[in-house]
Design a protein around this ligand. Structure first.
Ligand SMILES: [Zn+2]
Length: 203
């Protein structure tokens, strides 16, 4: 339904702000665009910027780490390097927002989730996987789940309805397709120019 009304103007999606890596694919560009969209949307709900690397955003991220005693949100271990975990995954399928209520500290090993039918499991299932792996009683799972739910509330994460979440994800998928298509279109366009230059150069 939404696909019919969503259009991405005529402008190309050049330079979305991805850092140059040694090999950039169309899907890298498309994923970066999706993350930019989920970041700006999270910031719109928040009412200000949320760059965890500097200024106010960095202070909030440090405060969140402190609130979890600098421990991993899932396995509760102290880690020398805590990564940013988006509880609702930060991708086009689930459309998790870059918002303080959706981020928590996580150790590198818990940062990867199991997939089911090609999609990452949600944070509750991931937490259940880890507490089961560590042979904790169900009470431990429940306590950690409550702590996460409190965190989401404390940071005023918007209480999104299923329809709103579906809309966020539908737009993210549309954006992904639009960027990937632009990369291909640019390549095809140049190649056509190149071929015509070759044929003109023939005697
Ligand atoms: Zn962990």
């Amino acid at each position: 339904m939404l696909n019919a009304v969503i259009r991405y103007g005529s402008g190309p999606f050049w330079a979305i702000g991805a850092e140059m890596t040694t090999h950039n694919t169309a899907s890298d560009a498309a994923n970066t665009a999706v993350r930019a969209y989920l970041t700006t949307l999270g910031e719109k709900y928040l009412g200000h910027g949320f760059n965890t690397g500097s200024g106010r955003g960095k202070r909030i991220w440090l405060e969140i780490q402190e609130s979890f005693q600098k421990r991993c949100v899932y396995c509760d271990q102290e880690a020398s390097r805590l990564t940013i975990e988006h509880l609702v995954s930060f991708n086009r399928e689930t459309g998790g927002l870059h918002h303080p209520g959706n981020i928590a500290p996580c150790c590198p090993s818990c940062n990867r989730r199991r997939k089911e039918d090609g999609l990452e499991v949600d944070w509750r299932t991931h937490l259940a996987d880890i507490t089961e792996r560590d042979e904790h009683p169900i009470a431990v799972f429940r306590a950690r789940q409550r702590r996460i739910e409190e965190h989401i509330r404390n940071y005023n994460h918007p209480n999104l309805t299923d329809d709103e979440m579906a809309a966020i994800s539908t737009i993210a998928k549309s954006l992904y397709e639009a960027v990937a298509t632009e990369v291909k279109r640019g390549t095809d366009l140049y190649w056509a120019i190149h071929q015509s230059m070759i044929s003109k150069a023939q005697p």
